[in-house]
Design a binder for this molecule. Structure first.
Ligand code: CMP
Length: 138
């Protein structure tokens, strides 16, 4: 079994899409082993996205991620990292496959409704950034 980290981003939570996205997650066979709704501070968003700190979109991204609440998730499944990325679709919704979360719900490349770890090492940083061991129930 593999675990990945996911975020339902502010643009999706604001539009009342949390339930629809959770439904897709469970329908695809992911087990939700951790979940909470939080309002990130700007510095928490900066710490989470520190790998992007030199990118031109970093400031806007951190403002967006801290403007209203998000739902953070730890998901478990065989092949969870790749399968969650497939279910989300491409970062830019314009390039996302039909039926993916980003194609159906995302507003643009920044307000793209969801996040997922891109590799096991990333998941190993991202999961404990938000969850302690008592908050993960397998
Ligand atoms: P995410 O998968 O959370 O990883 C980094 C985020 O930066 C990405 O989703 C988008 O929300 C945001 N972003 C904004 N502009 C870009 C861009 N040009 N390329 C990649 N990510 C971008």
């Amino acid at each position: 079994m593999e675990r990945t980290f996911a975020i339902i981003k502010p643009d999706a939570v604001e539009r009342g899409l949390t339930g629809k996205i959770l439904d897709r997650i469970e329908e695809k066979g992911f087990k939700i082993v951790g979940m909470k709704k939080i309002h990130l501070t700007r510095s928490q968003a900066e710490g989470f996205y520190y790998v992007h700190k030199e990118r031109p979109f970093f400031n806007d991204l951190c403002s967006f991620m801290s403007r209203s609440p998000v739902v953070v998730l730890c998901l478990e499944k065989e092949n969870a990292i790749a399968d969650w990325r497939t279910l989300m679709g491409a970062t830019n919704p314009a390039n996302a496959e039909p039926g993916t979360i980003r194609k159906d719900f995302a507003k643009n490349i920044e307000e793209n409704s969801s996040h997922g770890s891109d590799a096991p090492e990333t998941a190993a940083f991202e999961i404990p950034y938000f969850f302690n061991s008592f908050e993960l129930v397998g």
